[in-house]
Design a protein around this ligand. Sequence first.
Ligand code: MG
Length: 320
Amino acid sequence: MWTSVPWMPKTVENGSDPVTIVEVGPRDGLQNEAALVRVADKIAFIDRLSAAGCGRIEVSAFVSHKWIPQLADAEEVFAGITPRPGTRYSALVPNLRGLERAIASGVTEVAIFAAASETFSRKNINQTIGESIRTYEDVTRAARAAGLRVRGYLSTSFGCPFEGDVPVERVIDLTRQLFELGVFEVAISDTIGVAHPGQVRSMLDQVTAQFAPRTLALHFHDTRGTALANVLASLDYGITTFDSSAGGLGGCPYAPGAAGNLATEDLVYMLHGLGRQTGIDLNALAGASLALEPALTHRLPSRFVNAFRSHRVASPPDRG
Ligand code: MG
């Protein structure tokens, strides 16, 4: 049966705390897209995301353009967006040089990214885990001295594409090291999308015994179709911050053709159905993703966006 309006979830109450979504599409998503999206299209996308109510947006990364050509325009993007009161805009910084560029662009929140696997750390940032922590110690100290907030990512926390299993003890140890550097939040990240709810529960049993759930974020990928189930499991542990990517932007660099980041629309649909507030207007968010889609080389993978698209096409008022 076709409906003339996009379907919205029927709310069934499940907890009352609002959920914070960190929208990583402009950075984590576009970094992993084949297309080089024009600066103007990125700026329009980010402004639509903030207008849709996204309260935290990871805009770009201040890394070498040789390293990530998709994000070589970080300065221009930050200069072009129209800051919305109440939205926090952030950027990844790998080192002090990146931090200097971020500060020069007026950025007030940066993120550092460590890995829970030695092999992944060497291949991703060409440093051992220990070397990266020493680098980030300097970055975090300088950032906080300049009045910036610093977020920490811990990638490959649920598994490594080169080493396989990652011990929970190592995740806990590195999460502690990141907090000791002075980050306000650690995003425990499933970089290759292998986590499932059983593993999430097993990990959070141990991790939330050590750290307050409100200081943690979970960053899931939907590579194997488990991302929403993982979020649902995490909510039971009091986790209230999740990363996701509008439209499901960005594939999985370790599994060509497979899904990467959890799509923000799919996450918001589930959360609103559970009665959890996100501050995000789901229709406006899907509209932001669809407006960007022509700049990409493929259709967006978000399930919600594709249902939304079908409903709009089938809706008589939209045909004319
Ligand atoms: Mg990701």
